[in-house]
Design a protein around this ligand. Sequence first.
Ligand code: FAD
Length: 285
Amino acid sequence: MAKIADLIAAGPTLSFEFSAPRDPAGNERLERALERLARLRPSFMSVTYGAGGSTRGPTAEVVSRIQHGLHITGMPHLTCVAHTREEITTIIDRYRDDGIENLLVLHGDLPEGTVDVPTGHFHHAIDLAELVRQRGPFSVGVAAHPEGHPRASSREDDLAHHAAKLAAADFAITQFFFRVEHYERFVEELAKRGVRTPVIPGIMPPTNAEGVARMSAANATEFPDEIRTRLEKAGNDVAARREIGVDVATRLCEQLRRAGAPGVHLYTMNFAEASLGVVSALGLR
Ligand code: FAD
């Protein structure tokens, strides 16, 4: 398989993100989405990791299936919250021994209401990036928050932490956003700080006003009124809402392509349809 840093260098990349499933029904849905999207031969596929325990287990298995079963480069997400150094080291070594060459290292968010979890050894994603480099020749990715991380004390502070983290990484993938200006400004701010690590935009086709509003509030991302109104007008018409999601995401991807983004990473939510629609509209495969 391939290192994502090399794929980006040969770019532009097309990738999909999946969530680790919670139960057998979720696993079946994931499997259907994986198979349909694998036919597009994306550059890579990534799988989330449930910080705090809920969906930690399946990540390694799903990534292994992507890489060894579907023959597509697989990238696990790895969060450091609530993990000891020994636990994290064991996980990284298992990935290395399974032939996994890429890791997205993160702090992680504990699910709301989580109690009684141990304090983890690592405090920030950058600490994890350093350990991963010591354990093997991985291509290391990190998360980026173009509109700022919700826990940041100030924009300036946040940009300084982002700059340090991206300088230690091979690439970054962003939180979802809906205006190209947020991405452009973020990349410019990093460049001013001497950081030119490729930043792959994470794009979520918005298909559900309530869900997007909740996620936007949690991540401090702007949910533009015009998109919310379009979705609300579509009501319970699932096909119409999907069409809006595909349209919004496609336009954004086109703007990002013109802005020089090194690829596009689609948040699938374990459904194939919207991603298939965006890829087809962009004429990517
Ligand atoms: P960090 O880089 O550690 O930053 C977190 C906060 O700490 C920021 O406010 C930052 O400014 C601040 N900070 C950073 N370094 C320092 C420092 N040295 N000193 C002081 N403050 C500092 N969550 C999951 O649980 N599982 C997943 O699989 C997952 N996948 C994701 C994938 C992508 C592409 C993205 C964008 C996010 C994902 N998340 C996931 C969510 C992510 O874990 C949260 O956004 C989390 O709150 C921050 O993670 P981070 O890696 O950016 O943290």
